[in-house]
Design a protein around this ligand. Structure first.
Ligand SMILES: *Cc1c(COP(=O)(O)O)cnc(C)c1O
Length: 464
Protein backbone atom coordinates (compact mmCIF):
# COMPACT_ATOMS: atom_id res chain seq x y z
CA UNK A 1 0.00 0.00 0.00
CA UNK A 2 1.43 3.37 -0.92
CA UNK A 3 2.03 6.14 1.60
CA UNK A 4 -0.71 8.35 0.23
CA UNK A 5 -3.31 5.64 0.77
CA UNK A 6 -2.04 4.94 4.29
CA UNK A 7 -2.33 8.63 5.06
CA UNK A 8 -5.87 8.73 3.69
CA UNK A 9 -6.83 5.74 5.84
CA UNK A 10 -5.38 7.46 8.88
CA UNK A 11 -7.67 10.44 8.28
CA UNK A 12 -10.75 8.16 8.38
CA UNK A 13 -12.99 9.33 11.28
CA UNK A 14 -13.33 6.92 14.20
CA UNK A 15 -16.56 5.06 14.93
CA UNK A 16 -16.82 6.92 18.25
CA UNK A 17 -16.51 10.31 16.64
CA UNK A 18 -19.20 9.61 14.03
CA UNK A 19 -21.48 7.91 16.59
CA UNK A 20 -21.35 10.99 18.83
CA UNK A 21 -22.32 13.21 15.90
CA UNK A 22 -25.25 10.92 15.00
CA UNK A 23 -26.50 10.53 18.58
CA UNK A 24 -26.69 14.31 18.98
CA UNK A 25 -29.47 14.55 16.38
CA UNK A 26 -32.90 15.06 17.91
CA UNK A 27 -34.72 13.16 15.12
CA UNK A 28 -32.87 9.99 16.13
CA UNK A 29 -33.65 10.28 19.84
CA UNK A 30 -35.76 7.08 19.75
CA UNK A 31 -33.13 4.97 18.00
CA UNK A 32 -31.28 2.73 20.45
CA UNK A 33 -27.53 3.36 20.92
CA UNK A 34 -26.58 -0.15 19.80
CA UNK A 35 -28.36 0.34 16.47
CA UNK A 36 -26.62 3.66 15.90
CA UNK A 37 -23.22 2.10 16.66
CA UNK A 38 -23.88 -0.76 14.25
CA UNK A 39 -24.97 1.60 11.45
CA UNK A 40 -21.95 3.84 12.05
CA UNK A 41 -19.57 0.88 12.00
CA UNK A 42 -21.04 -0.23 8.66
CA UNK A 43 -20.70 3.28 7.23
CA UNK A 44 -17.08 3.63 8.42
CA UNK A 45 -16.23 0.15 7.05
CA UNK A 46 -17.77 1.05 3.70
CA UNK A 47 -15.78 4.27 3.61
CA UNK A 48 -12.56 2.40 4.49
CA UNK A 49 -13.11 0.01 1.56
CA UNK A 50 -13.82 2.97 -0.69
CA UNK A 51 -10.55 4.69 0.31
CA UNK A 52 -8.56 1.45 -0.05
CA UNK A 53 -9.91 0.74 -3.49
CA UNK A 54 -9.78 4.23 -4.89
CA UNK A 55 -7.07 5.90 -2.83
CA UNK A 56 -9.39 8.84 -2.38
CA UNK A 57 -9.66 11.14 0.60
CA UNK A 58 -12.12 9.86 3.23
CA UNK A 59 -15.37 11.66 4.07
CA UNK A 60 -15.25 13.60 7.33
CA UNK A 61 -17.19 12.72 10.47
CA UNK A 62 -20.01 15.15 9.66
CA UNK A 63 -20.58 13.69 6.18
CA UNK A 64 -20.59 10.13 7.50
CA UNK A 65 -22.97 11.14 10.29
CA UNK A 66 -25.31 12.66 7.67
CA UNK A 67 -25.24 9.43 5.71
CA UNK A 68 -25.98 7.30 8.76
CA UNK A 69 -28.74 9.62 9.98
CA UNK A 70 -30.41 9.63 6.55
CA UNK A 71 -30.30 5.84 6.43
CA UNK A 72 -31.61 5.36 9.97
CA UNK A 73 -34.43 7.85 9.41
CA UNK A 74 -35.42 6.12 6.19
CA UNK A 75 -35.40 2.68 7.79
CA UNK A 76 -37.39 3.89 10.81
CA UNK A 77 -37.35 2.30 14.23
CA UNK A 78 -39.14 -0.89 13.27
CA UNK A 79 -38.37 -3.41 10.59
CA UNK A 80 -41.94 -4.68 10.11
CA UNK A 81 -44.01 -1.75 8.88
CA UNK A 82 -47.34 -1.07 7.20
CA UNK A 83 -47.15 -0.14 3.52
CA UNK A 84 -49.33 0.79 0.58
CA UNK A 85 -50.16 -2.26 -1.53
CA UNK A 86 -50.61 -0.88 -5.03
CA UNK A 87 -50.09 -4.24 -6.74
CA UNK A 88 -53.82 -4.96 -6.97
CA UNK A 89 -53.16 -8.48 -5.62
CA UNK A 90 -55.70 -8.73 -2.80
CA UNK A 91 -54.20 -11.79 -1.10
CA UNK A 92 -50.47 -11.16 -1.41
CA UNK A 93 -48.45 -13.58 0.71
CA UNK A 94 -45.34 -11.35 0.76
CA UNK A 95 -47.42 -8.35 1.82
CA UNK A 96 -49.15 -10.15 4.68
CA UNK A 97 -52.28 -11.60 3.00
CA UNK A 98 -55.62 -10.66 4.61
CA UNK A 99 -56.11 -7.43 6.57
CA UNK A 100 -58.10 -7.68 9.77
CA UNK A 101 -61.46 -6.02 10.25
CA UNK A 102 -61.74 -3.13 12.74
CA UNK A 103 -63.52 -5.46 15.19
CA UNK A 104 -60.81 -8.12 14.91
CA UNK A 105 -58.11 -5.50 15.52
CA UNK A 106 -59.97 -4.21 18.54
CA UNK A 107 -60.37 -7.71 19.97
CA UNK A 108 -56.64 -8.46 19.54
CA UNK A 109 -55.72 -5.24 21.38
CA UNK A 110 -58.15 -6.03 24.21
CA UNK A 111 -56.92 -9.57 24.72
CA UNK A 112 -53.28 -8.44 24.45
CA UNK A 113 -53.54 -5.99 27.32
CA UNK A 114 -55.36 -8.08 29.91
CA UNK A 115 -55.51 -11.61 31.25
CA UNK A 116 -58.23 -13.67 29.61
CA UNK A 117 -60.19 -16.90 29.97
CA UNK A 118 -58.02 -18.45 27.26
CA UNK A 119 -58.02 -21.88 28.90
CA UNK A 120 -60.41 -21.40 31.79
CA UNK A 121 -64.03 -22.46 31.85
CA UNK A 122 -65.56 -19.66 33.90
CA UNK A 123 -68.69 -21.65 34.74
CA UNK A 124 -67.18 -24.91 35.89
CA UNK A 125 -63.96 -23.21 37.12
CA UNK A 126 -62.11 -26.03 35.45
CA UNK A 127 -59.39 -25.93 32.89
CA UNK A 128 -60.94 -25.03 29.54
CA UNK A 129 -59.82 -25.43 25.95
CA UNK A 130 -58.49 -22.56 23.85
CA UNK A 131 -60.36 -24.01 20.88
CA UNK A 132 -63.69 -23.59 22.66
CA UNK A 133 -63.76 -19.89 21.69
CA UNK A 134 -64.15 -20.69 17.99
CA UNK A 135 -65.48 -24.25 17.90
CA UNK A 136 -69.15 -23.31 18.07
CA UNK A 137 -68.78 -20.64 15.39
CA UNK A 138 -66.94 -23.03 13.08
CA UNK A 139 -69.52 -25.78 13.61
CA UNK A 140 -72.43 -23.46 12.86
CA UNK A 141 -70.78 -21.79 9.88
CA UNK A 142 -69.54 -24.96 8.19
CA UNK A 143 -72.01 -27.61 9.31
CA UNK A 144 -69.14 -29.78 10.61
CA UNK A 145 -69.37 -31.79 13.85
CA UNK A 146 -66.20 -30.41 15.39
CA UNK A 147 -63.30 -28.04 14.72
CA UNK A 148 -59.69 -27.38 15.64
CA UNK A 149 -57.43 -24.44 14.85
CA UNK A 150 -53.63 -24.46 14.53
CA UNK A 151 -50.84 -22.12 13.46
CA UNK A 152 -51.43 -22.24 9.70
CA UNK A 153 -52.83 -24.50 7.02
CA UNK A 154 -49.47 -26.16 6.32
CA UNK A 155 -49.36 -27.33 9.94
CA UNK A 156 -53.01 -28.38 9.73
CA UNK A 157 -52.19 -30.70 6.81
CA UNK A 158 -49.07 -32.00 8.59
CA UNK A 159 -51.02 -32.68 11.79
CA UNK A 160 -53.85 -34.43 9.95
CA UNK A 161 -51.48 -36.66 7.96
CA UNK A 162 -49.31 -37.49 10.98
CA UNK A 163 -52.33 -38.36 13.11
CA UNK A 164 -54.26 -40.42 10.60
CA UNK A 165 -51.65 -41.89 8.29
CA UNK A 166 -48.23 -42.21 9.98
CA UNK A 167 -46.59 -45.33 8.54
CA UNK A 168 -49.58 -45.90 6.27
CA UNK A 169 -50.49 -45.07 2.69
CA UNK A 170 -52.25 -41.94 1.49
CA UNK A 171 -53.77 -41.96 -1.99
CA UNK A 172 -53.45 -38.69 -3.96
CA UNK A 173 -54.07 -37.75 -7.57
CA UNK A 174 -50.96 -36.93 -9.65
CA UNK A 175 -52.73 -33.75 -10.73
CA UNK A 176 -52.82 -32.51 -7.14
CA UNK A 177 -49.22 -32.99 -5.96
CA UNK A 178 -48.85 -29.27 -5.59
CA UNK A 179 -46.15 -26.90 -4.49
CA UNK A 180 -47.56 -23.68 -3.11
CA UNK A 181 -44.27 -21.87 -2.59
CA UNK A 182 -42.40 -21.23 0.62
CA UNK A 183 -41.19 -24.86 0.71
CA UNK A 184 -44.66 -26.37 0.99
CA UNK A 185 -44.94 -29.37 -1.32
CA UNK A 186 -47.45 -32.13 -0.76
CA UNK A 187 -44.94 -34.99 -1.34
CA UNK A 188 -42.46 -33.41 1.12
CA UNK A 189 -45.01 -32.72 3.83
CA UNK A 190 -46.27 -36.26 3.38
CA UNK A 191 -42.78 -37.69 3.93
CA UNK A 192 -42.29 -35.51 7.02
CA UNK A 193 -45.56 -36.77 8.47
CA UNK A 194 -44.39 -40.36 8.05
CA UNK A 195 -47.19 -41.10 5.57
CA UNK A 196 -46.45 -43.00 2.38
CA UNK A 197 -47.53 -41.31 -0.82
CA UNK A 198 -49.49 -43.42 -3.25
CA UNK A 199 -49.90 -41.43 -6.49
CA UNK A 200 -52.76 -42.30 -8.78
CA UNK A 201 -54.10 -41.15 -12.15
CA UNK A 202 -52.31 -39.01 -14.71
CA UNK A 203 -51.31 -35.36 -14.48
CA UNK A 204 -54.37 -34.21 -16.39
CA UNK A 205 -56.92 -36.93 -15.60
CA UNK A 206 -57.81 -38.96 -12.54
CA UNK A 207 -60.95 -41.09 -12.17
CA UNK A 208 -62.75 -42.61 -9.16
CA UNK A 209 -61.56 -46.11 -10.10
CA UNK A 210 -57.92 -44.94 -9.88
CA UNK A 211 -58.45 -44.29 -6.16
CA UNK A 212 -60.50 -47.45 -5.68
CA UNK A 213 -57.83 -49.62 -7.36
CA UNK A 214 -55.10 -48.17 -5.12
CA UNK A 215 -56.87 -48.95 -1.85
CA UNK A 216 -55.33 -51.86 0.04
CA UNK A 217 -54.77 -53.00 3.62
CA UNK A 218 -52.14 -50.25 4.11
CA UNK A 219 -54.38 -47.38 2.98
CA UNK A 220 -55.19 -44.93 5.76
CA UNK A 221 -56.52 -41.96 3.86
CA UNK A 222 -57.72 -40.57 0.55
CA UNK A 223 -56.40 -37.04 0.10
CA UNK A 224 -57.80 -34.34 -2.13
CA UNK A 225 -55.74 -31.14 -2.54
CA UNK A 226 -57.08 -27.94 -3.94
CA UNK A 227 -54.94 -26.73 -6.86
CA UNK A 228 -54.81 -23.27 -5.35
CA UNK A 229 -52.17 -21.60 -7.43
CA UNK A 230 -52.45 -23.20 -10.86
CA UNK A 231 -54.99 -24.79 -13.16
CA UNK A 232 -54.82 -27.82 -15.38
CA UNK A 233 -56.89 -26.93 -18.41
CA UNK A 234 -57.85 -28.75 -21.61
CA UNK A 235 -58.51 -32.52 -21.56
CA UNK A 236 -58.91 -32.94 -17.83
CA UNK A 237 -60.82 -34.93 -15.24
CA UNK A 238 -60.63 -34.69 -11.50
CA UNK A 239 -62.61 -36.55 -8.88
CA UNK A 240 -64.99 -34.32 -6.93
CA UNK A 241 -65.33 -34.37 -3.16
CA UNK A 242 -68.59 -36.31 -3.21
CA UNK A 243 -67.31 -38.98 -5.61
CA UNK A 244 -64.19 -39.40 -3.51
CA UNK A 245 -66.33 -39.77 -0.39
CA UNK A 246 -68.31 -42.50 -2.16
CA UNK A 247 -65.09 -44.37 -2.97
CA UNK A 248 -63.84 -43.97 0.61
CA UNK A 249 -67.11 -45.01 2.25
CA UNK A 250 -67.36 -48.17 0.15
CA UNK A 251 -63.95 -49.26 1.48
CA UNK A 252 -64.13 -47.61 4.93
CA UNK A 253 -61.24 -45.22 4.21
CA UNK A 254 -61.58 -41.61 5.47
CA UNK A 255 -61.17 -38.62 3.15
CA UNK A 256 -59.06 -35.53 3.92
CA UNK A 257 -59.44 -32.45 1.76
CA UNK A 258 -56.88 -29.63 1.83
CA UNK A 259 -59.03 -26.82 0.55
CA UNK A 260 -56.27 -24.22 0.79
CA UNK A 261 -58.26 -21.06 0.67
CA UNK A 262 -61.56 -22.14 2.13
CA UNK A 263 -64.22 -19.54 1.51
CA UNK A 264 -67.37 -19.56 3.60
CA UNK A 265 -69.34 -17.64 0.99
CA UNK A 266 -69.97 -18.14 -2.70
CA UNK A 267 -68.26 -15.30 -4.56
CA UNK A 268 -69.93 -15.99 -7.92
CA UNK A 269 -72.44 -13.13 -7.57
CA UNK A 270 -69.40 -10.80 -7.59
CA UNK A 271 -68.01 -12.06 -10.86
CA UNK A 272 -65.52 -14.53 -9.41
CA UNK A 273 -65.32 -18.17 -10.52
CA UNK A 274 -66.89 -20.91 -8.46
CA UNK A 275 -64.72 -22.35 -5.72
CA UNK A 276 -66.08 -25.11 -3.51
CA UNK A 277 -66.94 -23.46 -0.20
CA UNK A 278 -66.19 -25.09 3.15
CA UNK A 279 -69.88 -25.86 3.89
CA UNK A 280 -70.19 -27.52 0.45
CA UNK A 281 -67.19 -29.77 1.06
CA UNK A 282 -68.42 -30.65 4.57
CA UNK A 283 -71.87 -31.44 3.14
CA UNK A 284 -70.23 -33.74 0.59
CA UNK A 285 -69.23 -35.93 3.55
CA UNK A 286 -65.47 -35.28 3.62
CA UNK A 287 -64.14 -36.46 7.00
CA UNK A 288 -61.62 -33.64 7.54
CA UNK A 289 -61.29 -30.32 5.73
CA UNK A 290 -58.34 -27.96 6.23
CA UNK A 291 -58.03 -24.34 5.11
CA UNK A 292 -56.17 -21.08 5.85
CA UNK A 293 -57.46 -18.31 8.09
CA UNK A 294 -55.79 -15.52 6.11
CA UNK A 295 -56.80 -16.28 2.54
CA UNK A 296 -60.39 -15.89 1.30
CA UNK A 297 -61.73 -16.17 4.84
CA UNK A 298 -60.18 -12.74 5.49
CA UNK A 299 -58.90 -13.37 9.01
CA UNK A 300 -55.56 -13.94 10.79
CA UNK A 301 -52.95 -16.53 9.84
CA UNK A 302 -54.34 -19.84 11.06
CA UNK A 303 -54.96 -23.40 9.96
CA UNK A 304 -58.58 -24.38 10.41
CA UNK A 305 -59.61 -28.02 10.56
CA UNK A 306 -63.27 -29.02 10.54
CA UNK A 307 -64.87 -32.43 10.23
CA UNK A 308 -66.06 -35.56 11.97
CA UNK A 309 -65.95 -35.60 15.75
CA UNK A 310 -63.78 -38.73 16.14
CA UNK A 311 -61.24 -37.60 13.55
CA UNK A 312 -60.91 -34.10 15.06
CA UNK A 313 -60.63 -35.63 18.55
CA UNK A 314 -57.68 -37.75 17.40
CA UNK A 315 -55.94 -34.64 16.06
CA UNK A 316 -56.51 -32.79 19.33
CA UNK A 317 -54.88 -35.62 21.29
CA UNK A 318 -51.76 -35.74 19.09
CA UNK A 319 -48.73 -34.23 20.93
CA UNK A 320 -47.75 -32.61 17.63
CA UNK A 321 -50.84 -30.42 18.03
CA UNK A 322 -49.12 -28.74 20.97
CA UNK A 323 -46.18 -27.84 18.72
CA UNK A 324 -48.38 -26.12 16.14
CA UNK A 325 -50.67 -24.49 18.70
CA UNK A 326 -52.52 -21.31 17.89
CA UNK A 327 -51.87 -18.23 20.07
CA UNK A 328 -54.42 -16.08 21.90
CA UNK A 329 -54.16 -13.06 19.57
CA UNK A 330 -55.03 -15.26 16.62
CA UNK A 331 -57.95 -16.78 18.46
CA UNK A 332 -59.25 -13.29 19.30
CA UNK A 333 -58.95 -12.15 15.67
CA UNK A 334 -60.39 -15.38 14.31
CA UNK A 335 -63.38 -15.27 16.66
CA UNK A 336 -64.18 -11.70 15.56
CA UNK A 337 -63.76 -12.64 11.88
CA UNK A 338 -66.05 -15.65 12.16
CA UNK A 339 -68.53 -13.61 14.15
CA UNK A 340 -68.84 -11.25 11.15
CA UNK A 341 -69.96 -14.19 8.99
CA UNK A 342 -72.51 -15.25 11.56
CA UNK A 343 -74.05 -11.82 11.97
CA UNK A 344 -74.04 -11.09 8.25
CA UNK A 345 -71.51 -8.24 8.25
CA UNK A 346 -68.63 -10.15 6.61
CA UNK A 347 -68.91 -8.55 3.16
CA UNK A 348 -69.14 -5.08 4.64
CA UNK A 349 -66.45 -5.30 7.31
CA UNK A 350 -63.77 -7.81 6.25
CA UNK A 351 -61.25 -5.88 4.11
CA UNK A 352 -60.45 -8.92 1.91
CA UNK A 353 -64.05 -9.52 0.95
CA UNK A 354 -64.67 -5.80 0.52
CA UNK A 355 -61.72 -5.44 -1.86
CA UNK A 356 -62.69 -8.52 -3.85
CA UNK A 357 -66.27 -7.43 -4.29
CA UNK A 358 -65.89 -3.66 -4.64
CA UNK A 359 -67.39 -2.38 -7.91
CA UNK A 360 -64.93 -0.81 -10.37
CA UNK A 361 -66.56 2.57 -9.78
CA UNK A 362 -65.14 2.89 -6.26
CA UNK A 363 -61.67 1.75 -7.32
CA UNK A 364 -61.62 4.28 -10.15
CA UNK A 365 -62.71 7.03 -7.76
CA UNK A 366 -59.68 6.35 -5.55
CA UNK A 367 -57.35 6.41 -8.57
CA UNK A 368 -58.79 9.78 -9.63
CA UNK A 369 -58.50 11.11 -6.08
CA UNK A 370 -54.78 10.27 -6.03
CA UNK A 371 -54.19 12.22 -9.26
CA UNK A 372 -56.38 15.10 -8.08
CA UNK A 373 -54.17 15.50 -5.01
CA UNK A 374 -50.96 15.92 -7.02
CA UNK A 375 -49.81 19.49 -7.56
CA UNK A 376 -48.91 20.92 -10.96
CA UNK A 377 -45.21 20.21 -10.57
CA UNK A 378 -45.71 16.57 -9.58
CA UNK A 379 -48.06 16.08 -12.52
CA UNK A 380 -45.55 17.56 -14.94
CA UNK A 381 -42.87 15.19 -13.69
CA UNK A 382 -44.93 12.01 -13.31
CA UNK A 383 -47.35 12.32 -16.25
CA UNK A 384 -50.04 10.45 -14.25
CA UNK A 385 -52.96 8.84 -16.10
CA UNK A 386 -55.89 6.87 -14.68
CA UNK A 387 -56.28 3.60 -16.58
CA UNK A 388 -58.21 0.36 -16.23
CA UNK A 389 -56.69 -3.12 -16.08
CA UNK A 390 -57.31 -6.56 -14.52
CA UNK A 391 -56.15 -7.41 -10.98
CA UNK A 392 -55.25 -10.84 -9.62
CA UNK A 393 -56.87 -12.28 -6.54
CA UNK A 394 -53.57 -14.01 -5.65
CA UNK A 395 -52.24 -15.79 -2.58
CA UNK A 396 -53.11 -19.35 -3.45
CA UNK A 397 -56.72 -18.50 -4.11
CA UNK A 398 -58.55 -18.33 -7.41
CA UNK A 399 -55.31 -18.61 -9.44
CA UNK A 400 -56.71 -17.72 -12.83
CA UNK A 401 -59.33 -15.26 -11.63
CA UNK A 402 -58.89 -11.57 -12.31
CA UNK A 403 -61.00 -8.58 -11.37
CA UNK A 404 -61.54 -5.38 -13.32
CA UNK A 405 -59.45 -2.70 -11.68
CA UNK A 406 -58.25 0.88 -12.03
CA UNK A 407 -55.14 2.72 -11.03
CA UNK A 408 -52.61 5.38 -11.89
CA UNK A 409 -49.73 4.93 -14.36
CA UNK A 410 -46.70 7.15 -13.78
CA UNK A 411 -43.31 7.71 -15.39
CA UNK A 412 -42.07 9.20 -18.63
CA UNK A 413 -40.28 6.09 -19.88
CA UNK A 414 -39.08 2.67 -18.72
CA UNK A 415 -35.98 3.94 -16.89
CA UNK A 416 -37.91 6.70 -15.14
CA UNK A 417 -40.68 4.29 -14.12
CA UNK A 418 -38.11 1.90 -12.65
CA UNK A 419 -36.47 4.72 -10.70
CA UNK A 420 -39.87 5.76 -9.35
CA UNK A 421 -40.62 2.15 -8.38
CA UNK A 422 -37.33 1.91 -6.45
CA UNK A 423 -37.87 5.28 -4.73
CA UNK A 424 -41.45 4.39 -3.74
CA UNK A 425 -40.34 1.09 -2.19
CA UNK A 426 -37.85 3.01 -0.04
CA UNK A 427 -40.32 5.74 0.92
CA UNK A 428 -42.06 6.03 4.28
CA UNK A 429 -44.51 4.36 4.15
CA UNK A 430 -43.23 2.19 1.31
CA UNK A 431 -45.43 1.91 -1.79
CA UNK A 432 -45.34 -1.29 -3.84
CA UNK A 433 -46.72 -1.07 -7.37
CA UNK A 434 -46.10 -3.10 -10.50
CA UNK A 435 -44.57 -2.41 -13.90
CA UNK A 436 -47.06 -2.35 -16.72
CA UNK A 437 -45.30 -2.20 -20.08
CA UNK A 438 -42.79 0.62 -19.56
CA UNK A 439 -44.70 2.56 -16.92
CA UNK A 440 -45.27 2.05 -13.20
CA UNK A 441 -48.86 1.06 -12.43
CA UNK A 442 -50.32 1.84 -9.02
CA UNK A 443 -53.37 -0.38 -8.79
CA UNK A 444 -55.98 1.18 -6.51
CA UNK A 445 -58.09 -1.93 -5.83
CA UNK A 446 -55.79 -2.71 -2.91
CA UNK A 447 -55.15 0.91 -1.86
CA UNK A 448 -57.27 1.68 1.20
CA UNK A 449 -59.41 4.83 1.20
CA UNK A 450 -57.40 6.18 4.13
CA UNK A 451 -54.16 5.67 2.17
CA UNK A 452 -55.12 7.86 -0.81
CA UNK A 453 -53.71 11.00 0.76
CA UNK A 454 -50.49 9.26 1.84
CA UNK A 455 -50.03 7.76 -1.62
CA UNK A 456 -50.41 11.17 -3.29
CA UNK A 457 -48.01 12.79 -0.84
CA UNK A 458 -45.42 10.05 -1.31
CA UNK A 459 -45.73 10.29 -5.09
CA UNK A 460 -45.21 14.06 -4.95
CA UNK A 461 -42.11 13.56 -2.78
CA UNK A 462 -40.44 11.01 -5.04
CA UNK A 463 -41.34 13.04 -8.15
CA UNK A 464 -38.89 15.73 -6.98
C1 LIG B 1 -52.16 -21.85 0.94
C2 LIG B 1 -52.25 -23.31 0.93
C3 LIG B 1 -51.61 -24.08 1.91
C4 LIG B 1 -50.77 -23.47 2.99
O1 LIG B 1 -51.53 -22.67 3.83
P1 LIG B 1 -50.80 -21.69 4.88
O2 LIG B 1 -51.93 -21.15 5.68
O3 LIG B 1 -50.10 -20.69 4.06
O4 LIG B 1 -49.87 -22.52 5.68
C5 LIG B 1 -51.74 -25.45 1.86
N1 LIG B 1 -52.46 -26.04 0.89
C6 LIG B 1 -53.09 -25.33 -0.08
C7 LIG B 1 -53.89 -26.06 -1.10
C8 LIG B 1 -53.01 -23.95 -0.08
O5 LIG B 1 -53.62 -23.25 -1.03
Amino acid sequence: MNAERTGALRRLPSVDEVARAVAARPELARVPRTRITEAVRQAVDAERRHVREGGVDPADAKTLADRVAERLTRLGVFSLRPLVNATGVVLHTNLGRALLSPLARERVAEVAGAYSNLELDLTSRERGSRYSHVEGLLRRLTGAEDALVVNNNASAVLLALETLAHGKEVVVSRGELIEIGGEFRIPDIMRRSGAILREVGATNRTHPRDYADAIGPETALLLKVHTSNYRIVGFTAAVGSRELVDVGRARKVPVLEDLGSGSLVDLRPYGLPHEPTVPEVVAAGVDLVTFSGDKLLGGPQAGIIVGRREAVARLKRNPLNRAVRIDKFTIAALEATLHAYEDGTALATLPTLRMLTEPLLGVRARARAVVARLDREARARLLPRVIEDRAQVGGGALPTATLPTAGVVVGTDDAHARRLDAALREADPPVVGRMLDDRLFLDCRTVLAEQVRTLARTLATVAR
